[in-house]
Design a protein around this ligand. Structure first.
Ligand code: ATP
Ligand code: NMN
Ligand code: ZN
Length: 306
């Protein structure tokens, strides 16, 4: 309801703006003060999805499209880029095949997208990297790119950005480019698993950057946010996207079907189906990989409550 209202306001506002220009009969004070800042400049957003992508499925790609529609419907954001960051092999999840294959499949899957790409920085690290660190890395890369752009920017634009930065102390609202973590509701719910996430990492992710969470059958993301003090505090930074056309494709299901010799066509992008066949991926043997190893975050933070 609120989204529609904001969107309607946006349309009406644009119409009013053009009438005002042509007829000179509108009160410009009303036009500039009563309509959202978003009209002048929407906040640009980059979405970052971290996960195993073992293998990448159509639902992983749908997540990006759903999140972009949702954010842009608010009238406040413009989603400019999507990044897929497959986890490194040191994550030690059961059945996790080598990252070079997962990266290659993700690359094939995103070839047709004009805005989603794959980044292998995380998977190239020798140790498993906390998600907060991965976000920090991408934030630094994006900020450096923005700064370079500033140099070639017009003076007017640079000044405006500087003013924006100076006029607010809140990290998120002062930035015209934001990086947000994109995930499914199961990842959000995993925040409460003992020894899996550090409290300060969760606060940093939701407080400093923000999350876009796609609902998944069996997970009640809204209730989870309501019940967690840490998440509730930053609820404005948590965008829950309801997937009405529920789609329970999971990589686990895909791996199971492949090792049983069943078809996985139309669950994955066609080039990914061929890649799996050509490289004989996902056997009973590969599913046993890391079976007797503790997941990296549990190892790092202690496995007493496992
Ligand atoms: N069907 C889905 N609906 C919503 N989110 C999804 C769905 N499938 C995957 N995701 C999200 O995609 C991201 C990457 O997930 P991941 O690589 O674990 O895929 P998965 O299908 O859950 O795999 P697995 O079955 O191996 O756990 C996570 O944030 C996860 O929540
Ligand atoms: N403490 C942390 O930062 C933490 C803990 C567990 C999982 N994760 C990340 O969440 C993602 C989960 O992926 P899976 O759902 O495939 O296990 C991975 O990218 C993993 O690195 C991060
Ligand atoms: Zn998963």
């Amino acid at each position: 309801m609120q989204n529609l209202y904001t969107k309607d306001l946006f349309v009406v506002c644009a119409q009013l703006g053009s009438k005002a220009k042509s007829k000179q009969s509108w009160n410009t004070t009303v036009l500039t003060s009563s309509f959202p800042m978003a009209l002048q400049e929407r906040i640009r957003v980059v979405l970052l999805a971290c996960g195993s992508f073992n293998p990448i499925t159509n639902m992983h790609l749908r997540m990006f499209e759903l999140a972009r529609d949702h954010l842009e419907d608010t009238g406040r954001y413009r989603v400019v880029k999507g990044i897929i960051s497959p986890v490194g092999d040191a994550y030690k999840k059961k059945g996790l095949i080598e990252s070079r294959h997962r990266i290659e499949m993700a690359r094939l899957a995103t070839e047709a997208s004009s805005w989603i790409s794959v980044d292998d920085w995380e998977s190239q690290q020798t140790e498993w990297v906390e998600t907060a660190k991965v976000i920090r890395h991408h934030h630094a890369v994006l900020s450096a790119a923005e700064d370079n752009h500033d140099k070639v920017d017009t003076v007017k634009f640079t000044k405006k950005r500087r003013l924006n930065k100076e006029s607010s102390s809140d990290h998120n609202t002062s930035e015209t480019l934001q990086l947000k973590l994109l995930c499914g509701a199961d990842v959000l719910e995993s925040f409460s698993v003992p020894n899996l996430w550090k409290k300060e990492d969760i606060s940093e992710i939701v407080g400093r950057y923000g999350i876009v969470c796609i609902t998944r059958n069996g997970c009640d993301a809204e209730k989870f946010v309501y019940q967690s003090d840490a998440l509730h505090e930053h609820r404005k930074n948590i965008h829950i996207v309801r997937e009405w056309v529920t789609n329970e494709i999971s990589a686990t299901h895909v791996r199971r079907a492949v090792r049983r010799g069943q078809s996985v066509r139309y669950l994955l992008p066609e080039p990914v189906v061929h890649y799996i066949q050509d490289h004989h991926l996902y056997s009973a043997e590969s599913e046993q990989k890391n079976a007797d190893v503790i997941l990296a975050p549990l190892q790092r933070y202690g496995s007493t409550n496992e």
